[in-house]
Design a protein around this ligand. Structure first.
Ligand code: URA
Length: 244
């Protein structure tokens, strides 16, 4: 058994009691493992396989929170299931991470930073319209937007009959026939960046999300994923090992 642990430690981890009080529960005969009372301190159990009760009530370990970032390539949907049988972002992460859910969406043809987690509370917080966090995109657009175009994007343009909220827009580079823009928005409307660029008359050639709140994509390779660091989880407001 690779992950066996002492019964009193397991009880403490599950929030039943402090380690010392858990020892008393055991010596008082109130703890059963697989239906059999265990009164010997130091008895080891397998938390994944053994069934533990205190006063006949099952004891379960709180689900460990998992937070990862994926550098989503174009050509994947962010929903768990797709009607057209296209590949989903879940195809890019191993099953061993357990059931994870994307935090918000990226279009099929958009790439870049996508957070995935089993922390439903955090997902709700990050995607709720009221406290949406800043998201920064690099958009390669056809042609050369004028200064007036950039100003219009920053102040707000009409998309789907409603003006967009103020955005931060910076020209970061130019090629022979296209312009690379950094666009930071905090709304999350459907195909928002593409529609904003279309509203100033410039089609989006490619779109990459590079930051979401305090989290940056950095140099993570396209199609790869990594766990968020404890510091990143804390900045997002998630639960780290240290919080248990
Ligand atoms: N804006 C878009 O147009 N597409 C995305 O995927 C995200 C933001």
């Amino acid at each position: 058994m690779a992950d066996e642990m002492r019964l009193q430690k397991f009880l403490a981890l599950c929030g039943c009691a402090s380690r010392r009080a858990a020892e008393n529960l055991i010596t008082d005969g109130r703890v059963c493992v697989n239906g059999v009372p265990v009164t010997t301190l130091g008895t080891k159990i397998d938390p994944e396989a053994d069934f533990v009760t205190v006063d006949q009530k099952p004891v379960t370990k709180p689900e460990e929170k998992v937070y990862i970032m994926l550098n989503k390539p174009a050509g994947y949907v962010t929903t768990a299931k797709d009607n057209f049988n296209r590949q989903t972002v879940l195809d890019l992460i191993p099953d061993s991470l357990g059931r994870l859910y994307p935090v918000g969406r990226l279009d099929y043809d958009t790439q870049g930073l996508l957070l995935l987690t089993n922390d439903g509370e955090l997902t709700n917080r990050l995607t709720h319209p009221r406290h949406q966090v800043n998201k920064t995109y690099l958009a390669l657009v056809a042609g050369f937007p004028s200064n007036e175009d950039i100003e219009a994007l920053q102040k707000g343009v009409m998309i789907d009959g409603k003006k967009t909220q103020p955005a931060k827009v910076i020209i970061v580079g130019k090629t022979e026939n296209a312009t690379k823009l950094s666009i930071t928005i905090h709304e999350g409307r459907n195909r928002q960046v593409r529609k904003m660029c279309a509203a100033i008359g410039h089609a989006t050639i490619s779109l990459t999300r590079i930051a979401e709140g305090p989290i940056k994509l950095g140099d993570l390779a396209l199609g790869s994923w990594r766990h968020l660091t404890e510091d990143e989880v804390r900045k997002l407001g998630g639960t780290t090992h240290a919080d248990h």
